[in-house]
Design a protein around this ligand. Structure first.
Ligand code: G3P
Ligand code: CA
Length: 268
């Protein structure tokens, strides 16, 4: 990986592969992490949910239906919610064929498998806690897995890990449990409300459609939970023109399914 794109060298905007390089490989699989690495992308985003038997897995939807062959393997178990299947059941599913037959046999990874693959490539992780209202205690459990796998090491944690969520309560909990971990709030709070988020968040991460230069500037005037200016990572930007637009607003990171396109557009 190019040192010029390291997260902590000041080069902005960072380019973050959304669910891995998900335009080119099945989202949230190890293959999508590998593809991001092959493209030279340092940052990977993922989504974490919990199985019936309490294991953390990486999947975007709360149902297995869209991105696996669960309907064929387990007919009659509609609506195929992650929380209603054990890890052993989920491990039987094909999470690649829906995207392209070339990826047949790709699996839904556990969080442990996913972070280890990210680490193997010396990449950095933007981890989203998905649907935390469905999974009481998922924040503590996520931090435990990250700790077990060495991701909370004091020397590196601030440089290679950010935990984000659409739930302010969830990232506040992460901040309180492990203050060293950087956190991001997914959304576009009114400018007047930003100081309350800055108490426990390091980032405000809006959809790019709702973004403006003025909003980014307003976020940057505040210090975040670690005493540095609040950052803005925006999503999901998949073409060069949109990437140049948000780069012009001064965003700190661009979350994208096409990280090569965005990198080439903004020189990140
Ligand atoms: O990283 C931001 C983005 O992932 C949030 O939306 O629905 O793709 O998880 P979603
Ligand atoms: Ca996400």
């Amino acid at each position: 990986l190019s040192p010029a794109r390291a997260a902590d060298d000041g080069a902005r905007p960072l380019v973050i592969a959304h669910r891995g390089a998900s335009a080119y490989a099945p989202e949230n699989t190890l293959a999508a992490v590998d593809k991001a690495a092959a493209l030279g992308i340092d940052w990977v985003e993922n989504d974490v949910q919990r199985t019936k038997d309490g294991e953390l897995v990486v999947l975007h939807d709360d149902s297995l239906q869209r991105t696996t062959d669960v309907e064929e393997v387990f007919p009659g178990r509609a609506p195929w919610k992650v929380k209603d299947f054990t890890l052993a059941e989920i491990a039987r599913l094909d999470a690649g064929s829906w995207f392209d037959p070339a990826y047949a046999g790709a699996r839904v990874p556990t969080l442990e498998q996913f972070v280890n693959r990210v680490e193997r490539h010396h990449q950095k992780l933007l981890l989203e806690i998905k649907n935390p209202q469905l999974y009481p205690g998922i924040e503590r459990q996520t931090l435990k897995v990250l700790s077990n796998e060495g991701w909370l090491d004091r020397r590196h944690v601030k440089h290679r890990l950010i935990v984000q969520s659409f739930s302010a309560d969830s990232i506040r909990t992460v901040h309180e449990l492990k203050p060293a971990v950087k956190t991001g709030f997914l959304g576009t709070p009114p400018v007047a409300d930003l100081p309350s988020y800055a108490a426990f968040a390091d980032q405000i991460n809006p959809s790019h459609g709702s973004l403006s230069a003025g909003y980014v500037a307003a976020v940057h005037t505040l210090d975040g939970a670690h005493g540095k200016p609040l950052e803005v990572f925006t999503w999901t930007v998949n073409d060069a023109a949109a990437a140049r637009r948000v780069a012009g607003f001064g965003v700190d990171g661009i979350i994208t399914n096409t990280p090569d396109v965005v990198r080439d557009a903004v020189g990140g």
